[in-house]
Design a protein. Structure first.
Length: 234
């Protein structure tokens, strides 16, 4: 394991203002501090509503932090995501941070294979190699070949989720954020995702994830960060 973290979070705080409730301030987390190193999977623990997904979205830049620091190692330089220019945030997302959720933003009329191949092309594969890689990934996740040429809008929820996982794991990001990627999967496909997580770890990828299933969480976690320890006072 490298002695330099891919992700360093220090004294991070976040709350939400409920504008439709008279401006009530809803605190979420306060003073969150931990690190993620290459080759490890850190899992966020705690009940629903504890702030786990909010933490992932702050790291990815979808949510603004109220206080504290989020440093991401990008091209051997620490980028402060809390204050980074939006264009730099986009670059970090493209080349350093991948995000895998349980939901697929369906694009009309684009086939499942091309949705996955698009990621391979973004990382330098030519058209032919990207199509082959996409097919291999879809097959591994047990998406029937007869569906590859169809848009995922026609798929079941579990099939859409697996297409989303295929896109997330097709990239070569050094840091992956995993927001319940196995939530709706059966045991067979959950095992496939666990093996894919293990391969990313072996390749030196760092991961920060949410897994509500205790068995899955124990299988992937090198460390568990209990988010309730950072609950903000109301």
């Amino acid at each position: 394991m490298s002695d330099r973290p891919l992700l360093h979070i220090a004294k991070l705080g976040k709350g939400f203002t409920m504008h439709l409730q008279g401006g009530i301030r809803l605190p979420v987390v306060n003073n969150v501090s931990f690190e993620v190193y290459p080759g490890e999977c850190v899992v966020l623990g705690g009940p629903s509503g504890a702030g786990k997904s909010s933490l992932l979205k702050m790291v990815y830049g979808n949510y603004a932090a109220d206080s504290g620091s989020i440093e991401v190692l990008h091209r051997d330089e620490a980028v402060q995501m809390v204050a980074a220019d939006p264009r730099l945030v986009l670059t970090v997302r493209q080349k350093t941070i991948g995000y895998v959720s349980q939901f697929l933003s369906v694009i009309p009329r684009v086939s499942a294979q091309d949705l996955v191949a698009e990621i391979a092309r973004e990382w330098g594969a030519d058209e032919a190699d990207a199509a082959i890689a996409a097919g291999d990934m879809l097959a591994r996740l047990n998406i029937p070949e007869r569906l590859w040429s169809l848009p995922p809008a026609t798929f079941s929820g579990g099939e859409q989720q697996r297409v989303n996982i295929a896109r997330g794991f097709m990239g070569q990001h050094q840091l992956l954020l995993l927001d319940e990627p196995t939530a709706s999967l059966d045991a067979i496909n959950r095992a496939v995702v666990l093996s894919m997580v293990a391969e990313k770890k072996t390749a030196g990828v760092g991961m920060l994830g949410i897994f509500h299933d205790p068995e899955t969480r124990e299988a992937v976690a090198d460390r568990i960060v209990d988010v309730t320890l950072f609950a903000a006072a109301a």
